[in-house]
Design a protein around this ligand. Structure first.
Ligand code: ADP
Length: 388
């Protein structure tokens, strides 16, 4: 849920409950004036109970001895409450302070996730008086929104960093051109490099646009049957000149005529990125093999791209699909890589209901496999009569 909306709901909940509580407190104090008998055990009015049960937050109501009078099922599930005790020490501390001065408090605190090797949950709580004796604690799990915030922050920092490099280079080159005006050869050389840097900048901006589009939109809006052979051919065409320059032999084989359903441009970009990487991360005079086949049940198309390149260290295998993650940033930059290629692959493939895997031995080579649901195999279609 939108944090603003959820904060609004929490605020409304606290307001409503505090309203009930104020009424309750008033009635209790009125009655205390008439009848000076010892205060009865605080009982939670049914209306307050009902409001608590519809709130999304985990709710806990404590009495004046810190005993839990009511707690929502999620408060138990999160491990905030056990039996009639509130276990989270920071909340207890706040509840006592609220009881002392009646001020509403807000805190953020970490809660052990209860699972080994998993980081603690990031919780956020509001603690408010409920009548004269009770204290209400409303707790929200903010782990996911904090994680997204952190990703967004990193992303912006990374983008700025990536943009700064070619922009800085362009500024320097422009300066160099200015001071080399009487040397036509140097001017030509600088102009070439300026072209190279601006192509890199354009590529990076295009990849950023692609990635944000992919994240915003599910595939399927332009789903059409796509021949896998065409995807492979376009990937080979895209890498032809760089492969030739490095004397890398890119060849394809396997089952022909398989089709998948999807957006041809996106799928071609994804496969093209993988084949381009295979070429970029391989030494000269090696081979890149593209294979097309199906899984054993014949339901999934598998496109494999194998190279004899530098390989990927085991601990990095999962990370290479993250945006801007590179095993060797210097090498990646020298090939003009943006660090976004595999993030785009992952999004495209997932948006098409598929999966991308990597197998690699450092120093020997890598195999990337894109698996996509098979739409149809051309050979299962009846052959059309040849028309004269
Ligand atoms: P880049 O633009 O840096 O190539 P990618 O997202 O395409 O970004 O790839 C991320 C990183 O994964 C690369 O920087 C590289 O370290 C590693 N990588 C990708 N493909 C291969 C490959 N075929 N062989 C070795 N390393 C690879």
């Amino acid at each position: 849920m939108d944090p603003v909306v959820s904060a609004g709901i929490v605020a409304a909940g606290v307001g409503l409950i505090t309203g009930f509580a104020a009424g309750l407190a008033f009635r209790i104090s009125e009655r205390d004036r008439v009848d000076p008998a010892p205060a009865p055990e605080p009982v939670l009015p049914l209306a307050v109970s009902n409001v608590l049960s519809v709130l999304r937050s985990s709710a806990v109501v404590l009495d004046q001895t810190d005993t839990v009078v009511k707690a929502s099922p999620t408060a138990y599930a999160l491990g905030l409450v056990q039996g009639d005790r509130l276990l989270a020490a920071p909340l207890l501390e706040q509840a006592r302070a609220v009881r002392r001065d009646g001020e509403i408090r807000e805190i953020d605190f970490d809660l052990p996730s209860g699972k080994r090797h998993e980081p603690p949950l990031a919780m956020s709580a509001r603690v408010a008086p409920l009548g004269v004796r009770l204290v209400l604690v409303l707790v929200e799990d903010r782990t996911e929104s904090r994680r997204l915030e952190a990703i967004r922050r990193d992303f912006v920092a990374n983008v700025s960093h990536e943009l700064k490099t070619p922009v800085g280079a362009l500024a320097l080159l422009a300066e160099a051109v200015g001071s080399a005006s009487d040397d036509p050869e140097a001017v030509r050389r600088f102009a070439d490099r300026m072209q190279h840097e601006s192509a890199r900048l354009t590529g990076l901006v295009q990849e950023l646009i692609d990635l944000s589009r992919l994240q915003a939109r599910e595939a399927g809006s332009r789903a059409e049957p796509v021949l896998v052979d065409d995807l492979v051919q376009s990937a080979i065409d895209r890498t032809r000149s760089i492969a030739a320059a490095n004397r890398i032999d890119v060849h394809a084989g396997g089952v022909q005529g398989l089709k998948v359903l999807g957006d041809e441009r996106q799928l071609a970009t994804a496969l093209g990125n993988i084949v381009e990487n295979a070429v970029n991360y391989s030494p000269g005079e090696t081979r890149v093999a593209i294979g097309i086949g199906t899984d054993s049940e014949g339901r999934t198309v598998e496109i494999t791209v194998s190279d004899q390149g530098v390989g990927i260290p085991e601990p990095e295998k999962n990370r290479i699909f993250e945006r801007f993650y590179r095993v060797d940033p210097a090498r990646s930059r020298s090939t003009g890589g943006s660090g976004l290629g595999l993030a785009i692959v992952k999004h495209v493939v997932h948006n098409h209901g598929g999966d991308v895997r990597v197998w690699s031995v450092e120093g020997s080579g890598s195999t990337f496999t894109i698996a996509l649901p098979l739409f149809e195999a051309a050979h299962t279609q009846p052959l059309r009569e040849a028309t004269p």
